[in-house]
Design a protein around this ligand. Sequence first.
Ligand SMILES: *Cc1c(COP(=O)(O)O)cnc(C)c1O
Length: 425
Amino acid sequence: MEFQHTKEFAKSLDENDTLKNFKSSFLFPQHKGKNVIYFCGNSLGLQPKQTKKALGQELDDWATHGVEGHFKAKYPWYTYHEMLAEPLSKIIGAKTNEVVAMNSLTVNMHLLMVSFYKPYGKRKKILCEHRPFSSDQYMLETQVRFHGLNPDDCIIEMKPRKNEKIIRTDDIVAKIDEIEDELALVLFGGVNYYTGQLFDIKAITKEAHKVGAYAGFDLAHAAGNVKLQMHDWNVDFAAWCGYKYLNSGPGCVAGIYVHEKHTKNPEIIRFAGWFGYDKETRFKMESGFKPIKTAEGWQLSNDPIFSMAMHKAALDIFDEAGIDLLCKKSKLLTDYLEFTLIEINSLLKKNIFEIITPKNPQERGCQLSIIVSSGGKLLVEKLSTQGIIVDWREPDVMRISPVPLYNSFEDIYLLGEAMLDFYKS
Ligand SMILES: *Cc1c(COP(=O)(O)O)cnc(C)c1O
């Protein structure tokens, strides 16, 4: 499609957008009495209007039923997480028995590492992407130490080539082959939080398995953003958070995926709690842990109901919109944003913006990461005073994420105009 940087053109794309009405399902922060233009769904998704009601329902059920709410609440608390398995499975591309909502992301990563990082002999190395998110770095470092090993000997960061920002899949595959029988685990982000690169999860997993290693992914920036097929790609495990693209609220309950070939194996090592215990006999409270043979076998505690209710309210919207249509719109939105940034460069006759996120739609979601050659941080601050929210990551990257559920093409046009104003003045 030939794009144009005009209001009419952007509006015509909005008119043809079958998902346009979902914008009105969300609450926007206000700026001078108007909704802000929000491009930070990669960091904290907006609040669905139905979230407050969902939360109120649980408060009411608690008031009405007390402890009996576990079974008598409108959505019984005892089994609450079971309702979320289906919508989550569609988002992650898994079977319903392979996913469960629980805990928070870093906690879940640690729990999964207990099961899938089992160094022995010389097979003790972990391959991860260059500069993973800080929490993942600390998680990896301390997991290695937990096994009495030295992180410097065990953690290998896959760097891009000199003068490149993006890590080539061929290089990752070659690195896996090189480490070979010393490789215990490959742990990558699905989408890197800084560059916005979507990794080739299928190819990485296949190669890891070829050399006898496990493959796990942190889907914080991928869940609800890109089309995933974790089961078909044969990924061993993954975890994500609920508050970025999944719009479930700050610190909301997170989720895990474990391939069913592992969930069916009760011998697999884990840190356990009573909610991972076989449902039929849980209340006998007997000694000897018997795991549920689904991803629920990794649960520790009873469900955090208020958080779960917010998660459900947000996942209901995903279910209604459908991940395939969302991804289709996301591609068009992101292409339009890319066009707009390049157009600004050409109108200003200066390369202000260098997009480091891959151009290939197979290698990105909706986030574009942009190195701004001049005035980057000031630009972000100026936009914010005009009610346009984008994000700045030190040292030099602006991240903009047009989210298909609540961003429009006109949002992108208006962002472009505000940027032009900034550089012209
Ligand atoms: C956002 C994010 C986190 C945050 O972890 P929490 O445990 O939810 O605080 C971790 N890893 C990645 C890759 C992230 O993008």
